[in-house]
Design a protein around this ligand. Structure first.
Ligand SMILES: Cc1cc2nc3c(=O)[nH]c(=O)nc-3n(C[C@H](O)[C@H](O)[C@H](O)COP(=O)(O)OP(=O)(O)OC[C@H]3O[C@@H](n4cnc5c(N)ncnc54)[C@H](O)[C@@H]3O)c2cc1C
Ligand SMILES: *[C@@H]1O[C@H](CO)[C@@H](O)[C@H](O)[C@H]1NC(C)=O
Ligand SMILES: *[C@@H]1O[C@H](CO)[C@@H](O)[C@H](O)[C@H]1NC(C)=O
Ligand SMILES: *[C@@H]1O[C@H](CO)[C@@H](O)[C@H](O)[C@H]1NC(C)=O
Ligand SMILES: *[C@@H]1O[C@H](CO)[C@@H](O)[C@H](O)[C@H]1NC(C)=O
Ligand SMILES: *[C@@H]1O[C@H](CO)[C@@H](O)[C@H](O)[C@H]1NC(C)=O
Ligand SMILES: *[C@@H]1O[C@H](CO)[C@@H](O)[C@H](O)[C@H]1NC(C)=O
Ligand SMILES: *[C@@H]1O[C@H](CO)[C@@H](O)[C@H](O)[C@H]1NC(C)=O
Length: 645
């Protein structure tokens, strides 16, 4: 019923072209994903989005065989591009961005970035954005995550200890090969990693001398080489881990980790190529989620499915606020203008959008890069498993010589920047902005935590570059709608560089990158700077060039933020959407502010914690656990029948 004859034919033709292993695998998995062509009338849980978080949640919840879960994923199962998804280096050389497995969002043009439209890929495939990302495995710092717990009002559930436990629970770590460890100067502490989780992390089996030079140059300019960046002290420079399965050097992502390894589970159904069009509520005045409406295409009939217990939104930083808005949950003015009936007036939905923006400094190079080897036809499995992995996070004291002066400057700019750095003037959203502003200016700027990330990029054919990405932007944008149809894209207004401090942080990071290029021993393999080049020297030159070239590190978040309701929050500390019942968000849109990290690892942490919250809500309905008599961490060990993984 769900698998039309044409789709089936395309799938069959597609699998004939793949090798036997893939064909066999895809037949088995197609069974799982089409659920024998049937969807039941009702499930305990309906998970919207089979992406990074949604699959993790579905996998964990169905460990309890008495619980039924339906996952509805807008994209297909990805098998047509499976080889490109699996092969790490294809992330750079044959990416799935720009294909049917990418939502291909675009930002609105903005003056501060010269009216350029910025491309925002997101995975539209089983596995979501974890099937497309660059595989960097980085974790935030303890200070940032503890600040999250404090502003959210639940340091027990959302502090560093809990998130670290969640991230470790998702992970199985394998140390690097000795040769790579030496050439890339890799340092790690295995005890900071997970040992028994679904997602594999390790290091590519192929190293480059410039990784070591990057670290040595950092050391020579006074930046610490971090021996254990996964334990909550994520600053300084290191060669970082990768979401990779060392058994066959394939990408490890939520589909392979949380789903493919499972035996068939009768209580888990996943349907693909099905887009949820809205969340259904009991009535106009009772915002209890009862299920969802979905369709197999813009012009296809709308179908419904019931959720007996809960609807769980795992549609990602763009998809989740988009669906909330389409379902009447969001700022009243936005909903009304788009012709959507207001179900819950919740001003924070889609607001507080933050992103890590990036530029880079590039040099010609005298040694082989991944780009040059690829161009010359290198095809070994080890080489094809390589992805960029050198990173550094730089604090304010280092960037500005003196954190206090910069801190005062930022604090003084609060009032004057408010009308531009924040797009909503709703008083609760403004309160939330103020709280975030205080976290950044009073806690992060004076601390060890990085304001910018530096990343070495070896994918150029004749060049090596150092990217610089802003980690704690003070500019906040929004996601909103001007149509009531899910098949029209949401509008994305990132509000890049709207706060004057953002360009200053980025510029100082870029100056540091330039300085590294002429620092020993990097300067033995780097030649002349090809970009931005010698004509960019003054601050004004840099700022003009930044406005003309700023891009995204693909880290949007915070659009359904966990924050108090009177501060523009969207979900509470149990991930429940304010003003509703039986509706939770479990994905990367709930971060209250961005952290100094790539978002994949903390998103797995949110998915693991979210799964325990959902499961314990069900169990506490049977036997309630007296508050205060248990530790939150016990839940990770106390789940009913948590077999395997
Ligand atoms: C190009 C790129 C590179 C990145 N590199 C890294 C990196 O190197 N390291 C790192 O840690 N992070 C990286 N990230 C970020 C990281 O991958 C994401 O933050 C994370 O995967 C998001 O997970 P999620 O569960 O929130 O959302 P997603 O994984 O995006 O899941 C959302 C799912 O919901 C589905 N969906 C949306 N709307 C609907 C609907 N209406 N109906 C049905 N389904 C719907 C989507 O198709 C998708 O499958 C990168 C991101 C990108 C785009
Ligand atoms: C952006 O620039 C356009 C002209 O290019 C101008 O009309 C508009 O007022 C500017 N907006 C802002 C906010 O400066
Ligand atoms: C890689 O190995 C894992 C098991 O660790 C397996 O599930 C997966 O199918 C393998 N991938 C390929 C392409 O063989
Ligand atoms: C230097 O890099 C530029 C830009 O990529 C390239 O066009 C040029 O060929 C390179 N020159 C050398 C000597 O590698
Ligand atoms: C900032 O980083 C530098 C370089 O790693 C380090 O020496 C210094 O102690 C750090 N300062 C603070 C306040 O953490
Ligand atoms: C919504 O905004 C987009 C981008 O500005 C525009 O292309 C589209 O026509 C608008 N749609 C409606 C219905 O106004
Ligand atoms: C590299 O920089 C060091 C100082 O950091 C200098 O002594 C050396 O001569 C430089 N080497 C090259 C090849 O420029
Ligand atoms: C860099 O040097 C190469 C070779 O020495 C030269 O061809 C190229 O034009 C130079 N590029 C710049 C931007 O100076």
């Amino acid at each position: 019923m769900w698998l039309s004859t044409t789709t089936a034919l395309v799938l069959v033709l597609a699998s004939i072209q793949l090798n036997t292993c893939y064909a066999q695998q895809s037949q088995e998995l197609e069974r799982r994903f089409s659920v024998d062509g049937a969807v039941a009338e009702a499930y305990d849980y309906v998970v919207v989005g089979g992406g990074q978080s949604g699959l993790a949640v579905a996998s964990r919840l169905t460990e309890d065989s008495s619980v039924s879960v339906l996952v509805i994923e807008a994209g297909d199962n990805g098998d047509a591009l499976r080889k490109d998804i699996d092969t790490p280096s294809s992330t750079y050389f044959k990416p799935i961005t720009g294909t049917n497995n990418d939502w291909q969002y675009q930002t609105l043009p903005e003056n501060n970035t010269n009216n350029r439209i910025v491309w925002w890929p997101r995975g539209k495939v089983v596995g979501g954005t974890s099937a497309m990302n660059a595989m960097y495995m980085v974790r935030p710092s303890q200070l940032e995550v503890d600040a999250w717990g404090k502003v959210a009002g639940d340091s027990n559930r959302w502090g560093w200890n809990s998130l670290l436990a969640g991230m470790k629970k998702s992970e199985t770590f394998t140390p690097p090969q000795d040769d790579v460890k030496n050439i890339a100067k890799i340092q790690f502490d295995a005890s900071s990693h997970g040992t028994n989780g679904p997602i594999h992390t390790s290091y590519p089996p192929f190293g480059f001398v410039q990784y070591g030079q990057f670290l040595d140059a950092m050391n020579n300019v006074g930046i610490w080489n971090n021996p254990d960046a996964m334990s909550g002290k994520n600053w300084g420079a290191w060669t970082t881990g990768t979401f990779i399965n060392p058994a066959n050097w394939t990408r490890s992502y939520s589909r392979t980790g949380y789903i493919d390894v499972l035996p068939q589970r009768a209580n888990l159904n996943i349907i693909t190529s099905s887009t949820v069009t809205k969340i259904l509520f009991r009535s106009d005045s009772d915002s209890t989620a009862t299920g969802v409406e979905f369709a197999r295409g813009k012009d296809a009939a709308r179908q419904t499915v019931k959720a007996n217990r809960e609807v769980i939104l795992s549609s990602g930083a763009i998809g989740t606020p988009h669906l909330l808005l389409l379902s009447g949950i969001g700022p009243k003015d936005v909903l009304t203008a788009a012709g959507v009936k207001v179900q819950v007036d919740l001003p924070g939905v889609g607001q507080h959008l933050q992103d890590h923006i990036t530029n880079s400094v590039t040099w010609n190079t005298t040694v082989d890069t991944a780009g040059s080897l690829f161009k010359s036809g290198t095809k070994s499995a080890e080489f094809l498993a390589h992805v960029n992995s050198g990173v550094a996070y730089i604090n304010a004291t280092y960037l500005f010589g003196d954190a206090a002066t910069f801190q005062k400057q930022v604090a003084d700019q609060y009032t004057s920047s408010l009308s531009t750095a924040l797009l909503s003037q709703d008083p609760t959203v403004v309160e939330g902005y103020k709280t975030r502003y205080d976290v950044i200016s009073k806690q992060i700027i004076p601390s060890e935590v990085g304001l910018v990330e530096l990343l070495i990029n070896l994918m150029g054919e004749t060049t090596t570059s150092i990217g610089v990405a802003l980690q704690h932007p003070l500019s906040q944008g929004r996601v909103y709608i001007n149509s009531s149809s899910v098949f029209d894209p949401p509008l994305i207004q990132p509000n890049y560089l709207a706060h004057p401090a953002d360009i200053v942080m980025l510029r100082e990071g870029l100056k540091l990158a330039r300085r590294l290029g002429s620092t020993s021993p990097f300067n033995t393999t780097l030649r002349n700077e090809t970009s931005p080049g010698s004509n960019v020297q003054s601050d004004e030159d840099w700022d003009k060039w930044i406005a003309a070239t700023t891009w995204t590190q693909f880290h949007p978040g915070c659009t359904a933020a966990m924050f108090p309701k009177n501060q523009g929050g969207v979900v509470d500390t149990s991930l429940k959407v304010y003003g509703t019942n039986k509706l939770r968000v479990v994905d990367g849109s709930v971060f209250p502010f961005l952290f100094s990290t790539h978002l994949g690892a903390p998103t797995y942490g949110v998915a693991e914690i979210g799964s325990t919250i959902v499961a314990s809500a069900k169990n506490s309905a049977v036997s309630s656990i007296p508050k205060g008599s248990w530790s939150w961490l016990d839940l990770f060990h106390g789940l009913p029948s948590s077999k395997g993984q």
